[in-house]
Ligand binder design. Structure first.
Ligand code: NDP
Length: 334
């Protein structure tokens, strides 16, 4: 197998030197084990946090050991009758071409005709579930709400815009980092209006233009200036789901937080963070709802597919730099 190890802990932005490519011969399969040829491996922003030492909700990656993450593939050798050769599975041994281990560490992945297997890493998998849980259970979205979503053109954001609409939002607005992404938000992802946060005008001003009457829900993927702008725009009783902080992952000195936190008091606002690992029990309900929306043609999705396992480190770096639309995945056997 070809796999990637963490060669050094990045300070600020990761570089190609952060990673080391290693070729390894896998041992014979033990009883109860399977070998899986990965078809797609996932790169996700949370992996940046795991490259640092320090307290977090998942343990830091170890130096000089293979990185891990979401992946999906097919069983190519099996010593476990429950997962015969040919079964599609998703699992946590990403960043490598071949995964091997006890069958219990692999989950069957749905194979839908005409739909790429990679969707089980994105719209039908972790990032779709994150959008669903963040809106429904964390922000407690209600019909008629005006919803603002940052990181709107990414994997979570493209799902969240459409789910917010399907859950009854009266207006959905979003932000992203390029004009091309902003155009896609309204043309493809069900957003009523959107803006480019890299434009000169402050985020608060741009938000006021697309949501002149204020907002009820903010789904935060980026933190920083966006969070302050959203706090300033929320109606009384408004709710924030804190999902991610993409604007802060590669800065070496943390920025000062929002300056308007007292609005949480005066306007009875609620700010609630979450990690999707604590909400996996929702997965079957999400699969049912998303399966129905998906089959009814109500969900658009895009993937940015990087070809070749060799390009996994660059795919990860490019993800952090915003080169993706929708879910960023690596196709292993380019
Ligand atoms: P994305 O597909 O959104 O990719 C990351 C995006 O971050 C880039 O495309 C880029 O888009 C944006 N970005 C980069 N730098 C900045 C910046 N300085 N300011 C604003 N945006 C920036 O990733 P995901 O959809 O997978 O994840 C979105 C967020 O949700 C992340 O913060 C992630 O950590 C979080 N997350 C949290 C989970 C949880 O359990 N709480 C689970 C899954 C994801 P652009 O071009 O628009 O800048």
């Amino acid at each position: 197998t070809v796999e990637f190890h963490l060669a050094e802990r990045p300070e600020g932005w990761p570089t190609p030197d952060t990673f080391r490519r290693v070729e390894r011969t896998l041992p014979e399969l033990a009883e109860g084990e399977v070998r899986v040829l990965n078809r797609f491996v996932s790169v996700d922003p949370y992996m940046r946090g795991r490259m640092n030492l320090g307290e977090s909700y998942v343990a830091p990656f170890e130096l000089d050991a293979a990185l891990t993450g979401g992946a999906v593939g097919h069983v190519v050798a099996s010593n476990a009758p429950e997962l015969p050769v040919g079964t599609a599975v998703s699992h946590d041994q990403g960043w490598r071409s071949v995964a091997q281990g006890p069958a219990t560490t692999f989950r069957r992945a749905a194979e839908i005709p005409g739909v790429p297997l990679s969707t089980s890493l994105g719209i039908l998998g972790m990032t779709g579930l994150t959008a669903f849980v963040g809106l429904r259970d964390i922000a407690e979205i209600k019909p008629g709400d005006v919803v603002f979503i940052s990181g709107a053109a990414g994997a979570v954001g493209t799902a969240a815009g459409q789910i917010a609409r399907l859950m009854g939002a009266s207006r959905v607005v979003g932000s992203a980092g390029t004009d091309a992404k902003v155009a896609m938000l309204t043309e493809r992802y069900g957003y009523d209006a959107a803006f480019n946060y890299n434009d000169a005008a402050p985020v608060a001003e741009q938000l006021a233009e697309v949501a002149p009457d204020g907002i009820d829900v903010y789904f935060d993927n980026v933190g920083g200036e966006h969070l302050e702008a959203a706090i300033g725009a929320l109606h009384r009783g408004g709710r924030i789901a804190l999902c991610g902080a993409s604007s802060e992952y590669n800065v070496t000195t943390p920025k000062v937080g929002p300056r308007n936190m007292s609005r949480l008091i005066t306007q009875s606002l609620r700010l609630r963070g979450f990690t999707i690992g604590e909400h996996v029990a929702v997965a079957p309900e999400f699969a049912k709802a998303m399966g129905e929306w998906f089959a009814a043609g109500k969900i658009a999705y895009d993937e940015t597919v990087v070809e070749g396992i060799e390009n996994t480190p660059q795919a990860f770096i490019d993800l952090l730099a915003g080169k993706n639309v929708g879910k960023m995945v690596v196709r292993v056997d380019a």
